[in-house]
Write a protein that binds this ligand. Structure first.
Ligand SMILES: [Mn+2]
Length: 342
């Protein structure tokens, strides 16, 4: 990603095709699109991006997409076309969300040897009801365009899991220094490949933990094998947690998800079995931007150096961007958004 920035700065000095970013004034970090391609265009126009020479671009700024471009919404092809054209033309960067990871794992096969020693192939993510449902809207909208879908899947495989740029960080759900450092030391930094995906079939592998933590965040199990059904209709035995809680004492200090915990669990104490799964992103760390969490209401930073830009666009909330210009303390006034028209 250092290369990304370097090549961006080089291209800023030597503009290609007449587009100069020599006065680059920052990054617009844009939240989960989830197939709301028409709303994305409205947001880009509102922020001063213009369609010119094949993509939307801003004379001084660069867009950064936090992933989850696909699934759920009505205009998935349009959303992908807009984002990929911007990335291809140097007007934007894009990282992987858990939905792009799911699409890759759902469509990637691995060889498996069964008990009779015969070899067959299985998908990295099995085509069960839950996984079918997550990707169904995307597959439906691409049904007549299988080659185009293949092109996008190949493109997803080239996208990073996280970015570090000009003093800030972008990751879909959660920044974990241990995971990032090991990716840098032992893997290809933020970039995955087919072997990496296949390794996630072992849920205890580092590869599985890396993808899970960065694109889905941290969570804790509900006590006594309890289950909750979320407003998305899925039933889960865990709840999503903050990756920045400082000295938390009970569940209410760490819960971070759209659905509230049952009242009787709010004061459930945290012990070492819980806290070993929690992270604390410190105040002196660079600002980090995430999507993923289906927030509602008026956008504001969740902490001085952490902002979530997912405000539930596909559920008729807001499609949100944060306009970053190098500040260490994030500012509520730097959010921009459009409401999604039902
Ligand atoms: Mn997500």
């Amino acid at each position: 990603m250092r290369d990304d920035l370097d090549s961006f700065q080089r291209s800023a000095r030597k503009p290609k095709s007449g587009h100069s970013y020599s006065n680059q004034k920052g990054y617009d970090i844009i939240g989960d699109i989830h197939g709301c391609g028409d709303t994305l265009i409205i947001l880009l126009l509102k922020m001063g991006y213009q369609h010119e020479d094949g993509c939307y671009r801003h004379p001084q700024r660069k867009a950064v997409f936090v992933g989850d471009i696909i699934d759920r919404g009505p205009h998935i092809l349009e959303a992908l076309a807009v984002v990929k054209a911007m990335v291809d033309n140097g007007a934007a960067l894009c990282i992987l969300g858990n939905h792009e990871i799911n699409a890759l794992a759902y469509t990637t096969q691995r060889p498996v040897t069964n008990a009779e020693n015969s070899l067959h192939r299985e998908f990295v993510r099995p085509h069960n009801a839950r996984n079918n449902r997550q990707i169904s809207e995307t597959l439906t909208q691409f049904a007549a365009y299988p080659e185009l879908w293949r092109t996008y899947l190949d493109w997803f495989m080239t996208l990073p899991l996280y970015l570090e740029l000009d003093g800030m960080r972008v990751v879909h759900a959660c920044w974990d220094d241990n995971v990032v450092n090991r990716l840098v030391d032992d893997y290809n930094g933020p970039y995955i490949d087919k072997a990496f995906l296949i390794a996630t079939c072992d849920y205890t592998s580092f590869e599985a933990r890396a993808i899970d933590t960065l694109t889905r965040g941290t969570d804790l199990p509900l006590p006594n094998k309890r289950k909750m059904t979320g407003s998305d209709g899925l039933t889960r035995g865990f709840f999503r947690t903050k990756f920045w809680a400082s000295n938390p004492k009970s569940f209410k200090d760490v819960v971070f998800q759209p659905d509230p915990l049952p009242d009787d669990l709010l004061d459930h104490p945290l012990d070492a079995s819980h806290t070993q799964h929690l992270l604390e992103y410190a105040s002196h760390e660079p600002p980090v931007f995430v999507g993923h969490y289906w927030l509602q209401g008026k956008p504001k930073p969740v902490k001085d150096n952490i902002a979530c830009v997912d405000y539930s666009a596909v559920k008729y909330g807001r499609m949100v961007a944060y306009r970053y210009t190098g500040e260490q303390t994030l500012n509520e006034d730097h959010f921009e958004w459009v409401y999604v028209d039902p």
